[in-house]
Design a binder for this molecule. Structure first.
Ligand code: XLS
Ligand code: NI
Ligand code: NI
Length: 437
């Protein structure tokens, strides 16, 4: 029986459509910069939120009405849920999904039983992937929910927690490979600390470096060639996460010799929690060659936590798509909706509204970004702003022809700097708006 009997395949109906179950902008085959939108955006559904989100918050239990869920988290239920997930994605038309090991299959009494459960669900996932052509963007392991990880996983003071996490990631890599996953993500989870009095920070971070090397080595051993990602997040659940932001993660990867193996998966709401914007994080990762994938969501600036709302702001999606177009596109990454419907939006159909809105917002952002690039006006204005570096002393400095002494001589002879010109921030902002309204 269909889980969403009242919803057909979501179609593109164009900007005039008022059908809540249609795309107004996302036309998967429309060419942008010579490539279908579908291949630019590589949309992905996050299994953990969409299939497992209950709506629970610290103040009360879940609210979601999900008729396909049984009263218990059984293996049968998990296998049946796979069919629901694929019906949802097929109707929505998203080419990818992402999951944590523990979202798709229940934990057993022992590690062996847990792995057996996972294998059974993975067989169902594989079957549905083959039936629909929907693929796995990335897999990951949940190293934060089980109480054994209360002190962290790779950074735990308890060596056995590290060992258990290693066993878990080993298995997660195997199933990710089995499902043809195009990537594997490390999000820190509880890798961080609350209080330095009881923490040996150096030892913990060294362990995290060693753990990621083990993952890279094991991937090589089993022939998993997908892209590894590290996902920055500054807080939640710990006060000091070791994967604070893009700059911090890149420093960690370089310090531990992981820079050739791991890129970043940037999440909008995590960027804002770090006191950055997502465009800052993307540009920082991009300029250093670490731009990987994006967890598309948005926070609420009036609430200080990871609210994981669906993105609806075209300025935001424009900035994200500009960064990706600039640095060569999203593949093998994608636009993964690491976002959840609000606790008050409890009906199954709300899952469609949420994703349709997100997909249209990103399709619009892609079109605006492509228009900005096609015109070249903005790029030209930035280039102009730096024109003092294109000839004369600027070009000589960039070519490495100067040091402090020669620059002192230059300035002594010249007297003072060529007058500054306006930064024209407001004009730049207005120019961007030309492509939006
Ligand atoms: C949590 C993270 C998580 C990762 C995957 O805040 O965003 O969902 O994307 O573990
Ligand atoms: Ni995320
Ligand atoms: Ni998050």
């Amino acid at each position: 029986m269909a889980a969403f009997p009242d919803v057909d395949r979501i179609k593109f109906e164009g900007p005039k459509s008022t059908n809540p179950l249609a795309f107004r902008v996302y036309d998967e085959n429309e060419l942008v910069e010579g490539k279908p939108m579908k291949d630019h955006l590589r949309f992905s559904v996050a299994y953990w939120h969409t299939m497992r989100g209950t709506g629970a918050d610290p103040f009360g239990p879940g609210t979601m009405v999900r008729p396909w869920e049984g009263p218990e988290d059984t293996l049968d239920n998990a296998i049946n849920r796979v069919k629901v997930a694929f019906e949802f994605m097929e109707k929505l038309g998203t080419p990818f999904y992402c999951f944590h090991d523990r979202d798709v299959a229940p934990e057993g009494e022992t590690l062996a039983e847990t792995n057996k459960n996972l294998d059974a669900v993975v067989a169902a996932l594989q079957q549905e992937q083959e039936r629909t052509g929907i693929r796995l963007l990335w897999g990951t392991a949940n190293l934060f929910s089980n109480p054994r990880y209360m002190h962290g996983a790779a950074t735990s003071c308890n060596a056995d927690s590290f060992a258990f996490a290693a066993a878990q990631v080993k298995k997660a890599l195997e199933v990710t490979k089995q499902l043809g996953g195009e990537g594997y993500t490390f999000w820190g989870g509880r890798e961080g600390y609350q209080n330095l009095w009881n923490t040996d920070m150096k030892r913990e971070v060294d362990h995290l470096g060693a753990f990621m090397h083990m993952a890279v080595d094991y991937a090589k051993e089993i022939g998993f060639t997908g892209q590894f990602y590290f996902e920055p997040k500054p807080k939640e659940p710990t006060k000091h996460q070791y994967d604070f932001d893009a700059a911090n993660c890149i420093n960690f990867l370089r310090a531990y010799g992981l820079e050739d193996h791991v890129k970043l998966n940037i999440e909008t709401n995590h960027a804002t929690l770090a006191g950055h914007t997502v465009e800052h994080e993307l540009e920082y990762a991009g300029m250093q060659g670490f731009l990987g994938s994006v967890d598309a969501n948005t926070g609420d600036l009036l609430l200080g936590w990871d609210t994981d709302q669906f993105p609806t702001d075209v300025y935001l999606s424009t900035k994200i798509m500009l960064a990706f177009l600039k640095y060569g596109g999203l593949a093998p990454g994608g636009v993964n909706f690491d976002a959840k419907v609000r606790r008050e939006s409890f009906e199954p159909v709300d899952l469609f509204h949420a994703h349709i809105g997100g997909m249209d917002t990103f399709a619009a952002g892609l079109k605006v970004a492509a228009a900005i690039r096609a015109d070249g006006v903005l790029e030209g204005m930035v280039k102009d702003r730096y024109s003092s570096w294109d000839s004369g002393i600027g070009a000589e400095i960039e070519a490495g022809k100067h040091g402090f002494a020669s620059l002192q001589n230059y300035m002594l002879a010249k007297g003072d700097v060529t007058p500054n010109v306006s930064g024209r921030q407001e004009l730049f902002e207005n120019v961007v708006n030309r492509y939006i309204f």
